[in-house]
Design a protein around this ligand. Structure first.
Ligand code: ADP
Ligand code: MG
Length: 380
């Protein structure tokens, strides 16, 4: 059954009268990795995989919500001490509380929701969930007076304050602002953003999820951040956003080889995002793909956040003539994102699945994604 019909049917069975249906999307990031905390650019887009919810105010002071996918029903009040234990419900509770903390209105409501954003695959199902409810509660109780950027921040604060995930703003931003056939270049320093067309009749986006996540000692993420901060300080700039390759080379002898490589990647990656935007305006997907491979190499060799499985997926893509391929996300496992010519698509999926399975003993998960709308009302 289609997502919407399933939700409609379940809602009616549980709560007797229909509500309003909303959705928000998962996201990809085409290019711009490890740039957010360096004040650089990211380049995400919402995808055709969503969390969808039917919601109706219930005139009570409590929320009653059923998760179809987890097959669990939870009730909670709207005061700070009413936080539910179920992880999935904490995302919804957090959104309610963060709206209230900002002076917005949230009253009791009934909800049923489900989705098709794969969980924990790097497509940000949690942001889709937060953005779906934030958008809905803004519409139902606040006459859409909360601006869209604030909705994204409500999702981010939910992760920070109710789910223990200290994430940046990209995922929620992409989920809220997503627009069909457009990617968004977000400037992580000024928070300004710009839409760029991403609609190719000749290429598809394919994610290959290695389904490995390497547990790492000594917090590599913090170490990467520290390297970047050290170099920025040395250069007398606030973040590496303000650094150039020439500047970096003037201090090469005074910093460690490791710090040099980390900073080099970040500076080059900032430029690559801008180059990809220029290429997209011209419809030049070959250049887009070339930059994606450069990002992969940088992440693998200079930033050192890849792993054997991801490098293998990248090598296979290159060998098969895939236009672009790179690690998506923080690294050490997870997905590659691939820009694949239509006529290569089926072969690529078959070969990459078989060869990965042969080598690592399990199949990668494949997700075709289409750049689509973000948070929205689906139906009254
Ligand atoms: P991701 O990278 O997909 O965002 P997270 O661990 O941040 O992974 O978020 C996944 C969590 O979001 C799940 O454990 C669950 O609590 C919630 N979630 C996501 N999708 C659904 C869904 N369809 N139904 C219920 N909860 C969901
Ligand atoms: Mg998440």
């Amino acid at each position: 059954m289609e997502l919407k019909e399933k939700i409609r049917k379940t809602f009616l069975e549980r709560f007797n009268e229909p509500g309003t249906v909303y959705a928000s999307a998962g996201r990809i990031n085409l290019i711009g990795e490890h740039t957010d905390y360096n004040g650089g650019f990211v380049f995400p887009g919402a995808i055709d995989k969503v969390i969808m919810a039917e919601i109706r105010p219930n005139g009570m002071e409590k929320v009653r919500v059923f998760s179809i996918d987890i097959n669990e029903y939870v009730e909670f009040g709207l005061k700070e001490e009413d936080a539910p234990n179920e992880q999935w419900a904490r995302y919804i509770f957090g959104v309610c509380r963060e709206i209230q903390k900002r002076g917005g209105v949230v009253k009791g409501f009934d909800a049923v929701f489900a989705g098709n954003v794969p969980l924990g695959a790097g497509l940000s199902s949690s942001a889709a969930l937060e953005s779906c409810f934030a958008f809905a509660l803004n519409d139902l109780f606040n006459g859409n007076t909360i601006d869209k950027f604030e909705l994204a921040k409500i999702g981010q604060s939910t992760e920070h304050n109710y789910c223990g995930v200290m994430c940046g703003i990209m995922d929620q931003f992409a989920s809220v602002f997503g627009k069909k056939d457009n990617l968004m270049r977000l400037d992580c320093r000024s928070m300004e953003y710009e839409y760029f067309p991403f609609k190719s009749d000749s290429h598809k986006l394919v994610l290959v999820d290695s389904r490995v996540k390497h547990e790492l000692k000594d917090s590599p993420y913090n170490k990467r951040r520290e390297s970047c901060e050290r170099v920025a300080k040395k250069l007398g700039v606030e973040t590496l956003r303000d650094a150039t390759a020439e500047m970096l080379n003037t201090v090469k002898g005074e910093i460690t080889a490791e710090d040099y490589m980390r900073a080099k990647f970040v500076i080059e990656e900032k430029e690559r995002v801008l180059d990809v935007c220029d290429a997209l305006v011209k419809g030049d997907y070959e250049t887009v793909g070339k930059k994606m491979y450069e990002t992969h190499d940088g992440l693998s060799k200079d930033y050192e956040v890849s792993c054997e499985e991801l490098d293998f997926l990248n090598d296979v893509a290159k060998e098969l003539g895939v236009t672009g391929s790179r690690i998506m996300g923080g690294g050490f496992g997870g997905c590659t994102i691939n820009l694949v010519k239509n006529d290569l698509h089926d072969d690529f999926i078959k070969v990459v699945t078989d060869r990965f399975n042969e080598k690592y003993g399990h199949k990668p998960e494949i997700y075709d994604v289409v750049i689509s709308d973000g948070a929205r009302k689906i139906e009254d």
